[in-house]
Design a binder for this molecule. Structure first.
Ligand SMILES: [Mn+2]
Length: 260
């Protein structure tokens, strides 16, 4: 199983990553056979072509399925900001920009992405789950305790997110955007990050969290080891796969070590 973190509109970088991992051929078609590939969200904002990235992922998802493989994706906060800008535009928010549109722009929103967003994109994005468990690993976009506001099981969290993303209630969206401004819940800055990670993982019945959302450089202030680019920290309980592409990082494809 392969995992890719935050792409943030960097279409060319994504192609290079996929080709280097032999998941994509020179002709840009799926070459991963029956492999499984997960994207952990944040396709949009801060980089030039979020729509190009999502178009590519949607096409590869169909090609992978036809080849006996699988591509899955989680929703990140930048999918929520873009969708909220589309749904609510100039309506008032509690964010620093005071409207959903201005908040999205402040977070790196790209006008061309909003202009090119189709009903098909909205449908696909609005159906992305927030969390998944693969064997004993929990996959989530953010290193944030805020998921527990949405439920105390993966099914509950995903159902709550799905209801929110189908909702026309701007307050629900506003709350979600506020919740996912949280970062670094499992870093040892203020309290014992590993203890918090353990408690979080126990709630969702998993042994390790794999997340994006916070560039690895922010995690390296505590003991961590690198496995094919990903950083394992919090006593091995957390794996960070945000390669900081929007900050000029090259990113990476994380090949999840097999169990036992
Ligand atoms: Mn994020």
């Amino acid at each position: 199983m392969y995992i890719i973190g935050d792409i943030h509109g960097h279409y060319g970088r994504l192609i290079a990553l996929l080709q280097n991992a032999r998941l994509m051929g020179d002709d840009l078609s799926w070459a991963g056979g029956d492999s499984t590939l997960w994207f952990l969200g944040d396709f949009f904002d801060r980089g030039p072509d979020g729509i190009g990235v999502v178009n590519l992922v949607m096409r590869l998802q169909r090609e992978a399925q036809a080849a006996g493989g699988r591509i899955e994706a989680l929703v990140g906060n930048h999918e929520l900001t873009l969708l909220s800008a589309h749904h609510f535009g100039q309506q008032a928010s509690t964010g620093p920009g005071r409207t959903f549109l201005a908040d999205w722009k402040r977070n790196g929103g790209i006008d061309q992405d909003l202009a090119r967003l189709t009903d098909q994109h909205i449908e696909w994005l609005s159906n992305l789950p927030a969390m998944a468990k693969i064997d004993n690993r929990l996959l989530a976009h953010a290193d944030a305790l805020a998921y527990t506001r949405y439920g105390l099981s993966i099914v509950e969290v995903n159902d709550s997110f799905a209801a929110m993303m189908r909702s026309e209630d701007d307050k629900l969206w506003d709350e979600a955007l506020e919740a996912f401004s949280e970062h670094e819940a499992f870093i040892d800055s203020r309290e014992d990050g590993a203890s918090r990670a353990q408690a979080f993982l126990r709630i969702f019945g998993a042994e390790q969290l794999i997340h994006g959302h916070t560039p690895i450089s922010k995690v390296t202030r505590q003991p961590a080891r690198s496995i094919t680019g990903a950083l394992v920290y919090a006593n091995g309980l957390c794996v960070n796969v945000d390669g900081g592409i929007y900050q000029g990082g090259s990113g990476f494809v994380y090949e999840v070590p097999s169990l036992n």
